[in-house]
Design a binder for this molecule. Sequence first.
Ligand SMILES: Cc1ncc(COP(=O)(O)OP(=O)(O)O)c(N)n1
Ligand SMILES: Cc1ncsc1CCOP(=O)(O)O
Length: 540
Amino acid sequence: MTSMQNTGRSQVSKPEIDYSLYLVSGRELLPEGITYLESLEQAIQGGVTVVQVREKNADTGEFLKIAQETQELCNKYNVPLIINDRIDIALAIRATGVHLGQTDMPVSVARSLLPAETIIGISCNNPEQVEKALNEGADYVGLGAVYGTATKDVTGKITGPRNVGAMLEKLDGSNVKAVVIGGIKSSNVLRTLHGSVSTTGHVLDGVAVVSDIAASKTPKDAAHNLSSIVKAFKHVSLPSSLATPFSTQVSSPLVEHAAALLYIVRKHGPLIHQITNTVVTNQSANATLALGASPIMATSPHEMEDLQKATGALLINFGTIADKEGMLQAGKFANLNKKPVVFDPVGVGATAYRRAAAKELMNFWQASIIKGNAAEIGTLADSVEVQAKGVDSGGSFENPPEVIRQLAQKERCIIVLSGVTDYISNGSDVVALHNGHPLLGQITGSGCMLGTVVATFAAAERLRSLEKEGTGSNEEGRLVSGDMLLAAVGGVLALTVASEIAAARKDVKGSGTFLPALIDELGRLTPEVIIDRAKVELFH
Ligand SMILES: Cc1ncc(COP(=O)(O)OP(=O)(O)O)c(N)n1
Ligand SMILES: Cc1ncsc1CCOP(=O)(O)O
């Protein structure tokens, strides 16, 4: 609360608030042995940048007393204080601001009652509410609830991080700040910040938290964990460069770097955790082995926490979607351990259940790469251009690069669209790859195998990046180290080039002999052969 800002909308100077870590009080959640003020002081020492007093059960006298005590502590550390709901209390203690809900007093009325420099924040659950808040002159918005939480009944109001971007976009060009609230914890804060960025590159100003700090026995550590992640994320996500977290950072030619990842696969033999469908489990595991990596096909949710510490990358393929809880937990712990997550939403357009499951998974964890055929990508992109026919695709897009560019921006990850020509985008660049053989379409699970190979290259690219960059401060704010576009290009090239070589073999008489030959050729493949045969086009 040290400097003042001129809002532009009026001539009033308002306190400039750092919203990075916004603590909303939760006295009822305090663990035994620590008082409210002790917990608050430790939390501020740990990195809380703004405090809200939220008292849902206190009468006016008690609320006022708590607000005064909180203010004394906040003043000691020069941290701004916001009062939830109660304009009278905010007036009485001259609080820095108030926070209002959708059913509380309208922002314009509150503004007329409060000193002009008072900060007014309002909760918003959808883009229309954000637009209204902007028009009514709010200073910041609290977006959510992002996830479910035991702290408040948020039934029917859970947005998921993937809907936050559309709300943030409404704030483009304004000075109105935004935080998310609801279920934010140190275990999901980085993936939440990453997944919330709008397609226009608008980034959250911070996160609001109750229980992860208030219920902690060590609130200083809890706040410090959250604060360091938010700071690291802000450090790497410059609002104007959408592609920063996953753009190609490698200066020499794309194909050479992508192909060279095969050396890293062979050198390190990363563990590739695959939750895949029962049709392809065996051949996908064999393809992983042939490349020089190590497959593990575990599905139980109970082992995901341990597994994700050891893996190089995770593939989630929901072809026979029997293990949704395992998929949820695997992705969550992969994000937490900063491991690449490749999502293959097999047949997502085929049933309402699959569409809902894909949304649930994608809101629970952040994919690094999504791979699908035209029907699957069309479903995720809400396009009616290509209709789903079971798990196979029934057509192609008029403008594939544009479809996947937009989907990559929306989903904040690399999109791989498989087909006769494969397309890959990071939301700004699009790569078209023209390798492959028709026999790939005549064996079951070649698309699933592509997911496996891409996941293997993603593990290699992460290792390459960590070897080169180390775990410097820039890496801390990124969900996954390395350039996942490069990994996707390498993976697609490896499988398609191997398929061309396998199909040309004299001993291959049809799809039955093609599959083992393909596994053999994946094992014999070298980066040089990939570079030699790659047919790649790059669109900027
Ligand atoms: C920062 C922030 N965002 C949202 C809320 C929720 O406010 P509201 O919708 O008014 O619900 P209650 O807090 O009154 O239960 C908040 N308090 N802070
Ligand atoms: C006040 C509020 N508004 C929306 S969710 C929520 C509670 C958030 O609490 P927690 O951080 O413990 O999930």
